[in-house]
Ligand binder design. Sequence first.
Ligand code: DP6
Length: 364
Amino acid sequence: MTEQQFILNPDSYRDIAETIEKGKITWESPSNIALVKYWGKKKDQIPENPSVSFTLSNCKTITTLSFTKKTNDLVFSFDVFLDNERKDDFKPKIETFFNRIELYSPFLKDYHFKIETTNTFPHSSGIASSASGMSALALCLMSLEKQLVGAMDESYFNKKASFLARLGSGSACRSIEGDVVVWGTHKDIEGSSDLYGVKYPSKIHENFQNYQDTILLVDKGEKQVSSTVGHDLMHNHPYALERFKHANDNISELISIFRSGDLNAFISLIESEALTLHAMMMTSMPYFILMKPNTLEIINRIWTFRKKTGLHVGFTLDAGANVHVLYPEKESEPVIEFINNELVAYIENAQYIVDKIGLGAKQL
Ligand code: DP6
């Protein structure tokens, strides 16, 4: 599909819109963890390379969008609440989002919105809420669009929700569906697109069913460098072009790993991706490091434990110090024991979140 196909003509819904004065829509949308990372983007949130993620199950945002018709249709009007508390500092990000999507959601200025949101994961846990938060909001807006236009098929609904979410935060476009999502055009994945995420269309070996992701909260402080700034530093980065090619090659490799169920190859691939992401940060100008000493301690302990036990436990990182420990469901017991015995000493307040692959967002 093209961008043009997501443009909504106000004439197409004017009659029904007359009758819709107010309402309320709630969606819950999960976070996701990239296996092959998105790092570097072009204009309008177009990724420099495709990425593939596991949709998570327990880490999610629940957003209620209440809307009331207003008379002045020249400006956006909305209030934002997090856990019932007004959050004016969220407004600029949402204002930017509304500006970016107005062409595709032209009804935004017709209503006053109350956006109430809550996360299932602890505040300032270092877990980015932008993927779950932006996708939940995009889904609420799509439900409103669906009411306005009367009917919409599910595939268009999901694609456009992902398309809008992408314009809020790139990785958010991978949070609409489960259980494995690809965003960005890849030569070997039919239907893949730079504009939105799609459910991974090919065979996935049963070894990956209910794959576990336990998130170790190493550092809950504010990140020194935001993802947006980090993406920007990939422009004029000396290794950028190689990196973008490498990500494409890694996806080709991941396709065959998904087919064969080769867990050792899977671990090598995701760990290499995580370290490559951080290597890109360390070789940016200005350079920066988001890992903390405890991140490295945990990684080393995972390697030693894996060597000793032969269990299929591996890690990935996002743009921060937290460690995502990934392992197959049937190895859960010894891995959780290992986390409790050896790793909790290196995480803040011994706090970790047990999560796993999930099925995507849900309307409540
Ligand atoms: C390292 O999606 O947070 O988690 O598009 O600027 O909002 P923006 O960036 P964001 O970047 C995520 C980067 C990453 C890798 C990934 O999720 O693929």
